[in-house]
Design a protein around this ligand. Structure first.
Ligand code: SF4
Ligand SMILES: [Zn+2]
Ligand SMILES: [Zn+2]
Length: 308
């Protein structure tokens, strides 16, 4: 098997691209794919500071590595979710990555913020699935850190597999408002929001794992314990089987949706946003989703004390 680019011995085969690459050419291919995604989708300009949300996993660290290599000014943001050994291991990987490269990393441990609530505590108090609470908390703290740090752009490491699984879920349930918002670039709908971008939306999980390995990135391999049994994984499994029989299906599903399907949904009306009375971040009602959830935890705790 020969490298498609230089004809040296290939070490990676990408059936979805009908190509194989040697190590330097794969690194080049991966970085160029990300660079083109940023340029084509107008994600951010050379002079814009980018806040990169890192989880300690392969995708977000690979993304940070590429952005630094491409010369962008970046800062990492790690959210300590308080999920036991998984959180400790992932924080250590994120910190080690930043320290080794001399990059700035902001660490926000949720249980040490003013509300003092990690994900397990919120999930237990509200009896919500942990991932639902986690999504609300992540969105809030990412938005807030970008706003307070004056970052015009917030980048996350969602890859092609994430995007394809999300699309499948949204289509299966005809989630029109979500389909309207499923784009690699979300333009801010309020001055306190940053532009949210997903520069890895064209690169697969396999490609980011290969990139991280070839670049010597030490990432947390274990998945979050709450991800087991998640619907996303069922969708990913189905898509992987499809990909196995028909290489390139995942990429075509996402790219064709973005070019032909998504514009048909994009006119779904946006809710009017005001500022949350409690935290000042954008909200559809008096309180933002995060503050409503924190208030619910407070109410549940008060009820538990009253009944004890
Ligand atoms: S699996 Fe769920 S709880 Fe774990 S990090 Fe992801 S969204 Fe959060
Ligand atoms: Zn090569
Ligand atoms: Zn709020």
């Amino acid at each position: 098997m020969k490298c498609k680019r230089c004809t040296d011995k290939a070490i990676v085969q990408l059936r979805s691209h009908n190509a194989a690459f040697c190590k330097p050419c794969f690194v080049f291919f991966f970085q160029r794919t990300v660079e083109r995604a940023i340029a084509r989708e107008h994600m951010f300009a050379r002079d814009e500071r980018v806040l990169v949300a890192v989880s300690g996993g392969k995708d977000s660290l690979a993304l940070w590595d590429v952005l630094v290599d491409l010369g962008y000014e970046t800062e990492g943001l790690y959210l300590g979710l308080g999920i036991g050994a998984y959180s400790s291991a992932s924080e250590q990987k994120a910190r080690a990555f930043a320290e080794k490269r001399g990059l700035p990393l902001q660490v926000v441990p949720l249980d040490e913020t003013e509300d003092g609530l990690g994900i397990p505590a919120v999930a237990a108090a509200t009896r919500r699935p942990p991932c639902s609470a986690c999504g609300t908390f992540k969105r809030h703290h990412f938005d807030r850190a970008a706003f307070e740090g004056g970052f015009p752009v917030l980048a996350t490491g969602h890859n092609l597999d994430d995007e394809a699984a999300r699309l499948l879920g949204n289509v299966l349930h005809w989630q029109v408002p979500y389909l309207a918002k499923q784009q690699p670039v979300l333009v801010p709908t309020h001055p306190r929001f940053a532009r949210k971008v997903r520069p890895l939306f064209r690169t697969s999980e396999l490609e980011s794992a290969t990139y991280a390995f070839l670049r010597g990135i030490d990432y947390v391999v274990e998945e979050c314990p709450n991800s087991h049994g998640a619907t996303q994984l069922v969708y990913k499994d189905i898509l992987n089987r499809l990909e196995h029989s028909m290489p390139g299906s995942k990429l075509a599903f996402v790219i064709d949706f973005l070019s032909r399907g998504q514009p048909l949904f994009a006119s779904a009306p946006e809710a009017d946003l005001r500022e949350c009375e409690r935290c000042g971040m954008p909200a559809t009602g008096d309180l933002c989703g995060y503050c409503r959830l924190v208030a619910e935890v407070g109410r549940r705790h008060a009820q538990a004390v009253a009944h004890s």
